[in-house]
Structures are given as structure tokens and as C-alpha cells.
Design a protein around this ligand. Structure first.
Ligand SMILES: Nc1ncnc2c1ncn2[C@@H]1O[C@H](COP(=O)(O)OP(=O)(O)OP(=O)(O)O)[C@@H](O)[C@H]1O
Length: 329
């Protein structure tokens, strides 16, 4: 691996549009992924994730816009891009009648490696993905999880600075998912950049440095999970408070970091906050003569952020459609 320094942009997408007939699969998308990060693409089915990935790989032509992968244009320099990028679709294709080692040798030959270099890399890669024991077995007998791990081995053999994974854990059991996530983390630890799409929000939350929410072929929001939490849900923290002999809202409203309230039942309030302010909340309640019976903090998951974001989008789209219909009438 060589080239960009950590933090430099390695994937750049500007004003990207892809039309299939009348359908705009990608509708003006901008994205920058920096070296050394694990970046997650999230969005409902049909939001354009796979189309964008295929464009990055030079497998589909954009209708408009610009794409650069390690500074290369995938359309004009497809072979150089294929060398720089390891691609794992949800089901990696291998030659079933060849062994794991033979498949990797084939990959190494295409990458132009000499035999000694290839053999050393293949041994290391097989060991890292825990397939050394089955290196001489035909891939036909491999489970889905083993094939995905062999896909990671391919990235290691090619020594690609970038790995793009489209729904990599689809169809994997929890154990295989955990193993694959560990391997993805290690790709990042090597200094590689990982772009992955997934519907598994807990997975994305556990592994991604930044995520983008994609909606109708556009990036709706980009940021770390923490940033998206505060942008979509207002505050990052939810604090449940139960207390007697005190009005919880009045007692706590002036605490810095309080972003809002929801009344649940009498004496039970949910506070939205921008920080962990449990100690302040407890103190304010007690100082005002209240008896605190419970205080608990909940940090919303990416799932909560995702649900709220797309709910809000549907509301906005509904309002637009309603206004459009009113104007037309
Ligand atoms: N080859 C194609 N021909 C026509 N329409 C296509 C083609 N590929 C994708 N589309 C359409 O483009 C839109 C975006 O599809 P895409 O597969 O990129 O979405 P996605 O976000 O990857 O979805 P999923 O999560 O289901 O994989 C969809 O409306 C899809 O039907």
C-alpha cells in the first residue's frame, strides 16, 4: 500500500447522477471518504447505494458528475482502479472447482505479483482470515462466511488500499458476522480505507468512523454516529428521571445541556440532553426538596437516528406533495 496520508480524501464523488431510463438511481450525490476510515452507507432499499458503488468500481457509467478513487477516474483508468480497490459484494464469486489457495493465486497473477511474493502474501492472508486449514480444499464446499473471509484474503493478497463492501454480512450468522467485523477492523488498522453499505445498523454503529444516510440517490446527512445523533435527535442523551415532591421540569430546566423534555407520567420525565448531566439533574432535584427515585441514561442508537431521520423525510415529502397538489388544483 502507498499513496495518500491518513485523512486525505481517497474517494471523491461530486454531483453524481445516474439515470436508468426515467429513474434517477443517483440524483446529485456528493461524498468524500478519507484515508484510514471505515465509512458506512446507509439507506432504504433502492436509495442508490449499489449504483454508486458500481460507479466507483468503473462497472457502471455515470450520467453526470465526477468520481475519483485514489485520484483515478474509474471510467478512464478502470484497471488501475481495480488494482487499488478490493470489492466484496454480498456474495463473493470464486471458482468453485479451485481450492482457496488456487483462487488466491489466480488473483495474485491478475495483480501481476511474482510467485514468491504471491505465495508469501497468500500464506499470511489465509492465516489472518483463519482459512489456512482449508487452503487446499475446493471452494465449492465453503460456507457463506468462509467465502466472505476468502474475499477479505483477496484484498490482503492484492494489498489494496481501499476495500468496498456491499452488504458484507448479508446472510451471515452472528458468529460469522463478528468474525467478519473483526477482519474489517483489522483492514482499517492496516491503514486501509473501508467503504461499506449495510442495513444492519448496529453493525455500522459498532464499526464505522463516519456514516452517510442516503435518501433517493442523495446524501441526506453525513457525520460520526455522535454527530448524527445530535443533528437528528437534538441531544445525544436521554435521561429518564423519576422523582416525588418536585416539578422535575422546573427543577432542571436551567441546567446547561438540557435540550428538551417529554412528560411520561406524573413524576416521570424524559430529558433530552447534549451531555451526560445526570449528576446535575440529581443535585437540582434534591436541592429543591425532591426525592429522586430513579435516574437512568439512554444513548440513542443509530437505529433510533435512522428511524427518526427517514420518518422526518417522509413527513417533509408528504407535505411537499400536498402543497404541489394544492397548487395544481
Ligand atoms: N440496471 C438497472 N436498471 C434499471 N434500474 C436500476 C438498475 N439498477 C438499479 N436500478 C434502480 O435504481 C434505484 C437504486 O438502486 P440501487 O440498487 O442502487 O439501490 P440500493 O440502495 O443499493 O438498494 P438495496 O439496499 O436494495 O441494495 C432503484 O430504483 C433500482 O430499481
Amino acid at each position: 500500500m502507498s499513496g495518500a496520508a491518513k485523512g486525505d480524501p481517497v474517494i471523491e464523488v461530486r454531483d453524481l447522477v445516474k439515470r436508468y431510463g426515467g429513474v434517477e438511481a443517483v440524483a446529485g450525490l456528493d461524498l468524500t471518504v478519507n484515508k484510514g476510515e471505515v465509512f458506512g452507507l446507509l439507506g432504504p432499499n433502492g436509495s442508490g447505494k449499489t449504483t454508486m458503488i458500481l460507479i466507483l468500481l468503473g462497472l457502471t457509467e455515470p450520467s453526470e458528475g465526477e468520481v475519483r478513487v485514489t485520484g483515478l477516474d474509474p471510467l478512464r483508468q478502470p484497471l488501475a482502479v481495480k488494482r487499488a480497490v478490493g470489492y466484496l459484494p454480498d456474495s463473493v464469486g470464486f471458482y468453485d472447482t479451485m481450492t482457496a489457495r488456487e483462487n488466491l493465486r489466480y488473483t495474485a497473477r491478475l495483480a501481476g505479483l511474482d510467485t514468491a511474493e504471491a505465495d508469501a502474501r497468500i500464506d499470511n492472508a489465509l492465516e489472518r482470515v483463519r482459512l489456512s486449514d482449508v487452503a487446499e480444499k475446493n471452494v465449492a464446499g465453503f460456507s457463506h462466511g468462509m467465502r466472505q473471509r476468502l474475499g477479505v484474503a483477496e484484498v490482503l493478497v492484492k494489498d489494496c488500499p481501499i476495500a468496498i463492501l456491499d452488504e458484507p454480512t448479508n446472510g451471515l450468522d452472528p458468529q460469522s458476522t463478528t468474525e467478519l467485523l473483526d477482519l474489517i477492523r483489522r483492514l482499517r488498522d492496516d491503514g486501509r480505507t473501508v467503504l461499506l453499505s449495510s442495513h444492519l445498523l448496529s453493525l455500522v454503529q459498532s464499526i464505522c468512523d463516519r456514516v452517510a444516510l442516503i435518501n433517493h440517490g442523495r446524501i441526506g446527512l453525513t457525520g460520526s454516529v455522535d454527530e448524527l445523533r445530535s443533528r437528528v435527535l437534538g441531544g445525544s442523551y436521554t435521561i429518564e428521571v423519576e422523582a416525588e415532591n418536585v416539578d422535575i421540569k422546573t427543577a432542571t430546566a436551567a441546567i446547561p445541556g438540557v435540550a428538551g423534555f417529554a412528560d411520561l407520567t406524573p413524576g416521570h420525565v424524559r430529558i433530552r440532553a447534549t451531555a451526560d448531566i445526570r449528576a446535575d439533574v440529581a443535585r437540582h432535584i434534591v436541592e429543591r426538596g425532591g426525592r429522586l427515585t430513579r435516574i437512568a441514561m439512554h444513548q440513542p442508537s443509530l437505529d433510533d437516528v435512522y428511524q427518526r431521520y427517514f420518518e422526518d423525510q417522509r413527513t417533509v415529502e408528504g407535505q411537499r406533495a400536498f402543497k404541489g397538489a394544492s397548487h395544481a388544483a
